[in-house]
Design a protein around this ligand. Structure first.
Ligand SMILES: [Ca+2]
Ligand SMILES: [Ca+2]
Ligand SMILES: [Ca+2]
Ligand SMILES: [Ca+2]
Length: 261
């Protein structure tokens, strides 16, 4: 029975595969049984920041000096690209309040075609942050089992809610980026919410982070330079198989971070 459920889930996911544009199937995956079979991969330690970085798009904070770079180099969508077109790397840190990201992006053209943040948000240049608070893995397309925050150039933060519609989650992710030439320096502060998050509820409390905690995590960049739909979607984790654009549907593909002192 279990294998049948897993197989059915697989078929449903395949069924969700669309054109090269990421979104948005109306397929109902909300009733997909939570499989919670994530196999940990890309396990990385993230060090605590005694002094959290100032989110200003300036990377001179002390925590960034002592943190390692990680590559953003997995082509999930689109044709092969040059280093001038896109390259990216990032660093991470945490404290009780939040996760912190420093993301350095080389992108030859920054565009925000769709001014309405809830229209084709994935086809504008944006940073996408994937968070699975309890590292459970499993489907999350229309649930808060995990979040896929699209952080736009104008700072708007969009994910799909259980009502299958896009919502702004601007109070979950604070960001700022600065651009010099074709290099953008992003800093992000991400509050971590668990799967008890309810849209529209007055009080949703973010999780207090502590050492030893594991969180499902991935990062990506939607690169569009001059097209109606994005040209590339580049992620931080290797995704096996032909369809690599699964992070927005299933948290199994996320890597795992381990918070350390
Ligand atoms: Ca800073
Ligand atoms: Ca580009
Ligand atoms: Ca989860
Ligand atoms: Ca671009």
């Amino acid at each position: 029975m279990k294998s049948f459920i897993i197989f059915s889930t697989f078929l449903m996911l395949i069924g969700c595969k669309q054109t090269s544009s990421e979104k948005k199937t109306t397929a109902d995956t909300t009733n997909v049984q939570q499989t919670e079979t994530k196999k940990e991969h890309q396990l990385r330690e993230v060090r605590k920041a005694n002094n959290p970085p100032i989110i200003n798009g300036d990377s001179t904070d002390s925590i960034w000096k002592n943190s390692p770079w990680h590559p953003l180099d997995q082509r999930w969508v689109g044709e092969p690209y040059t280093e001038d077109d896109f390259s990216g790397r990032y660093k991470m840190a945490w404290d009780q309040e939040a996760l912190y990201l420093l993301v350095m992006i080389e992108d030859d053209t920054l565009i925000d075609i769709y001014k309405d943040p809830l229209v084709q948000w994935w086809d504008d240049d944006c940073v996408e942050v994937f968070i699975d608070e309890d590292n459970s893995g499993g489907p999350h397309q229309f649930t808060h089992n995990a979040f896929a925050y699209h952080v736009a150039l104008d700072g708007n933060v969009v994910d799909l809610g259980p009502d299958e519609a896009p919502h702004l989650y601007n109070d979950h992710v604070t960001s700022k980026h600065t651009t010099e030439g074709t290099t953008s320096t992003w800093e992000l502060k991400i509050k971590v919410f668990d799967d008890s998050f309810v849209d529209g509820k007055k009080e949703n409390t973010p999780v207090t982070l502590s050492a030893g905690k594991k969180i499902g995590f991935a990062l990506a960049y939607c690169d569009n330079d001059h097209s109606e739909t994005r040209e590339n979607f580049i992620g931080s984790v290797y995704v096996p198989g032909e369809d690599k654009n699964l992070g927005w549907i299933n948290a199994d593909i996320f890597g795992t971070i381990l918070l350390t002192e």
